[in-house]
Write a protein that binds this ligand. Structure first.
Ligand code: AGP
Length: 612
């Protein structure tokens, strides 16, 4: 997810673009850049790091241009660095482009262009698309708009693109499919952006560009067309949201926005990797280690916090599918224990930020001892990603809320695919079971969407339980780590003490805690442990404990045992954690809000723990 801003009008473009990029940094911030046409020349300035770094390099420069494009990047293809930053320049140097989205068939297009003698300065899909457009433009000799239309008909994936053409210094060309684009209508000016937050201070009159539409924009003219070159009359609406709300997509908090993004972020995580119809999983980041994974005698997973919970879920999945012994380690313990690790061991490091100090040091020492390091990371080009030999990005986009939500379910999606892929290498499950699980995983985004529909009911429960001082979270098997995750979410968002436990462990001591004030949250969806979990719920009921459970739709026997229940769609037990995490996240969020707490920035916490 990247941020784009563009301007054409009577004023200097650069200050408007720079301010707009800063407003969009929540969409991505690993590098940024601007392209301007001034004195007839197209000039591009770009820099790794936050927008402030770009601003610093341009301090004092005279930038009189009244037309320009700007971009703040969230890397998907190619490390965060100056050369991969947007805008990109075409081979001729006459076209510049910014892009938000993923061009899935960029490799095919790139090989066609290389055969024609093109070379590339960056690793990005954007530079490929730009030169694909220019190649058509040169070959056809028509106008740039036509070349863009022809090129986009070949594109597979999502995009918003905005182009500058040195030969037409008064015109912007923009197009979208699958990524957002808003055009602000000013007086003798037009503003383009990924959302309205960079626009709202200049105008409240906006046009939301639709998929497969192309916009040709001058200071005083906006033409919309479809890819068939037919004109479309722009539908102008009035903005009725305040800027802060826009950055949050209309949600009250980033955490809630990110919880509701999960059907899309899980889909993005699976995209290009899982093909349930064809029965294939493609994970280019581990393919070269297929033999080592196939013959691994042990897999060690290291992580912290919520990522450690993802590792626990993965332990159950991997052992079930691959029959390779899996050990899950707190990175903070692993790194100091002088662990017995060596060549032949596979270490899987799981981290949203890719900068958690304990996890980073843990894998650095394991790597020195000869282990293979695979990283499951959200931030492209982060330290853990760069230290790993291979792995997979979770593609969840920037996670602004301190509590990890969409990154967690994206980690689970990647780990499920990785477990299935290794099982395929080892031929350790039947083809039928393999295909069935691909179908199950493919259905997860839709089931998460259905689980999210319980939000109003969960908000009511939050008001009922917001004043408790203690809570227990219980689960078995694949749901045990989700119980731990639910307890952590409650602790870090609402500051209520909560403990997660294997449900069967209660009788070994913790059940002494149970009285008529203690809420016990069960993750009790239908799976191979279900009957046992129902017995555990009865144990709590018998001691007057309050039983609140996440149950599978239609599961009347579980529902009958609850004081309150939250229904989720049934999912195969290996995939159920991705769905069952949703009510855990929502419950903690709504309790935190009901208590009037800062749910995006809870006290004492940081988004990335880069200290030991
Ligand atoms: C999760 O909600 C917390 N914010 C925290 O436990 C987090 O998961 C942990 O610090 C690990 O961070 P990482 O995934 O960036 O390595």
């Amino acid at each position: 997810m990247c941020g784009i801003v563009a301007y054409v009008g009577q004023k200097e473009a650069y200050p408007i673009i720079l301010k707009g990029l800063k407003r969009l940094e929540y969409r991505g911030y690993d590098s940024s850049g601007v392209a301007l046409i001034q004195n007839g020349q197209l000039e591009v300035f770009k820099k790794q790091g936050k927008v402030a770094q770009l601003e610093e390099t341009l301090l004092g420069k005279s930038l009189p241009a009244t037309i320009g494009i700007g971009h703040t990047r969230w890397a998907t293809h190619g490390e965060p660095c100056d050369r991969n930053a947007h805008p990109h320049l075409s081979k001729s140097g006459k076209l510049a482009m910014i892009h938000n989205g993923i061009i899935e068939n960029y490799a095919q297009l790139k090989s066609e262009l290389v055969k024609k003698g093109y070379s590339f300065k960056s690793d990005t899909d954007t530079e490929v698309l730009l030169n694909f457009i220019e190649d058509i433009h040169i070959k056809n000799g028509g106008d740039l708009e036509e070349a863009v239309r022809i090129a986009l008909r070949r594109i597979v994936g999502a995009y918003v693109i905005v182009l500058l053409d040195q030969d037409h210094p008064d015109t912007l060309i923009a197009a979208r499919k699958g990524s957002p684009l808003v055009i602000g209508i000013g007086k003798g000016a037009h503003f383009l952006a990924s959302d309205a937050s960079p626009i709202i201070e200049y105008t409240k009159e906006v046009v939301y560009v639709n998929d497969y539409e192309l916009a040709i924009i001058k200071a005083d003219e906006l033409i919309l067309k479809n890819l068939g070159n037919e004109k479309i009359s722009p539908f102008i609406t009035q903005l009725d949201m305040e800027m802060a709300a826009i950055e949050k997509g209309g949600y009250d908090h980033f955490m809630l926005k990110e919880i509701f993004e999960q059907p899309d972020t899980i889909f993005d995580c699976l995209r290009g990797r899982l093909d349930a119809a064809a029965g294939t999983i493609t994970m280019s980041g581990i393919e070269k280690y297929a033999d080592q994974l196939k013959n691994a005698q042990r897999i060690i997973m290291v992580a912290c916090g919520t990522s450690w919970h993802a590792a626990l879920v993965a332990e159950y999945i991997f052992e079930e599918l691959t029959r390779i012994p899996v050990e899950v380690e707190y990175a903070s313990e692993f790194r100091y224990r002088n662990p017995i690790v060596g060549k032949g061991d596979v270490i899987i490091a799981i981290s949203q930020s890719g900068e958690t100090a304990d996890t980073l040091v843990a894998i650095e020492s394991a790597k020195e001892k000869g282990a293979l390091i695979l990283g499951i990371v959200n931030v492209v080009g982060s330290s853990i990603a760069r230290t790993s030999n291979g792995g997979a990005y979770t593609h969840a986009g920037p996670e602004i809320g301190v509590a990890s939500t969409k990154a967690f379910t994206a980690q689970l999606a990647v780990l499920a695919m990785m477990g299935l892929k290794i099982a395929e290498y080892r031929n350790s499950i039947s083809q039928d079971r393999f295909r069935q699980l691909l179908t199950e995983l493919n259905e997860v985004p839709e089931k998460v969407k259905l689980a999210l529909e319980q939000h109003a009911h969960i908000e009511q429960l939050a008001h009922k339980y917001k004043d408790v001082t203690d809570a227990l979270y219980l689960g078995r098997g694949y749901n045990f780590p989700i119980a731990l995750e639910g307890a952590l979410k409650l602790k870090e968002i609402s500051y209520i003490h909560a403990e997660g436990y294997p449900a069967a462990e209660m009788k070994h001591g913790p059940i002494a805690l149970v009285d008529d004030k203690l809420p016990v949250f069960f993750v009790a969806t239908k799976d191979s442990f279900h009957e046992k979990v129902l017995s555990n719920m009865q144990e709590i009921k018998a001691r007057k404990g309050k039983v609140i459970a996440v149950v599978s739709e239609g599961d009347e026997s579980a529902h009958a045992l609850c004081d309150d229940s939250i229904t989720v769609p049934f999912a195969d037990e290996l995939m159920a954690p991705l769905v069952n995490a949703i009510p855990m996240q929502l419950l903690a969020y709504y309790i935190g809000v009901a208590k009037g707490l800062d749910v995006d920035k809870p006290r004492n916490l940081a988004k990335s723990v880069t200290v030991e």
